[in-house]
Write a protein that binds this ligand. Structure first.
Ligand code: 4FV
Length: 259
């Protein structure tokens, strides 16, 4: 059972991943456990202070090192007593390296993760230097707290756990599992807003359908995320399919220009 511990001033927020959907079901199936630690419970004074004004002045407040370090110690101790030997402390911050599928798969090989969700302007840097293994960002924008980012990590990881997804669902079909964006999807009705469905998908020819889906995934990755293509070597078939897609796209564009 994978062990998640989160350090957060808002433990109740994590009900979003523990009480509903695929992740809620995975927790019921004991694929993972999540324990939240509130630094306020480790505050040194009766006011349960966990933040203070920034040295050097400026707006906002900074989270104090001590309540966080005590929370992290308790979380690490719990994981140890749960038999976890391979775990990491991850601080969710815009200053971190961008989260991607490769890192999710890397962490999936661990037995536990301790996720530090900050609030205010951030966390005292001395705590980060002492207790954090990795700083990770979910994107170049600023949230009001690290909780949503921590839940993004938990959701992405739980999907990779064997037994988390029903057989109808499979993480292997996910975008990025093969380093490409996903192909388009269609369902009933066969005609919607006077638009049909690509005929190959109604053909029942599974080889042709798989070929079409791979071609669409390659083409959309080429159009929308060429950076992903440059990180990947294409097979002979994939090169052929992408060339087809590019030629067809060029033909369509020329037709539009000619109108
Ligand atoms: C964030 C991100 C993020 C910064 C200040 C919390 C906020 C506040 N975390 N990816 N983007 N964190 O915006 O991970 O404390």
């Amino acid at each position: 059972m994978f062990q998640f511990d989160v350090i957060t001033l808002f433990p109740e927020m994590f009900e979003a991943v523990t009480e509903s959907g695929v992740t809620g079901r995975a927790r019921e199936r004991k694929l993972f456990e999540l324990v939240a630690w509130n630094p306020r419970a480790f505050a040194a004074n009766s006011y349960r202070t966990v933040d203070d004004r920034p040295y050097g002045g400026g707006p906002g407040m900074v989270m104090m090192a001590e309540p966080l370090e005590k929370s992290l110690d308790a979380a690490r101790q719990r994981q140890k007593s749960a038999g976890v030997t391979r775990s990491k402390v991850v601080y969710l911050t815009p200053q971190g390296r961008l989260l991607d599928h490769r890192r999710v798969m890397e962490w999936s090989a661990l037995q536990g993760l301790v996720l530090l969700a900050g609030r205010y302007e951030g966390v005292d840097e001395r705590l980060v230097a002492r207790a954090v293994d990795e700083e990770v960002s979910i994107g170049d924008y600023v949230l009001s707290g690290g909780e949503l980012a921590a839940m993004v990590v938990i959701d992405a990881m739980v999907r990779q756990m064997p037994g988390a997804l029903g057989d109808a669902e499979s993480a292997s079909q996910d975008s990025f599992a093969n380093g490409l964006l996903d192909c388009p999807h269609y369902t009933r009705p066969e005609r919607y807003a006077d638009e049909g469905v690509p005929p190959v998908l109604l053909s029942g020819n599974h080889a042709e359908i798989a070929r079409w889906r791979l071609k669409q995934a390659l083409g959309r990755t080429w159009l929308r995320r060429p950076d992903l293509l440059s990180q990947r070597t294409l097979s002979e078939l994939e090169r052929t399919l992408l060339d087809e897609y590019r030629r067809e796209t060029e033909t369509e564009r020329a037709a539009v220009r000619a109108r």
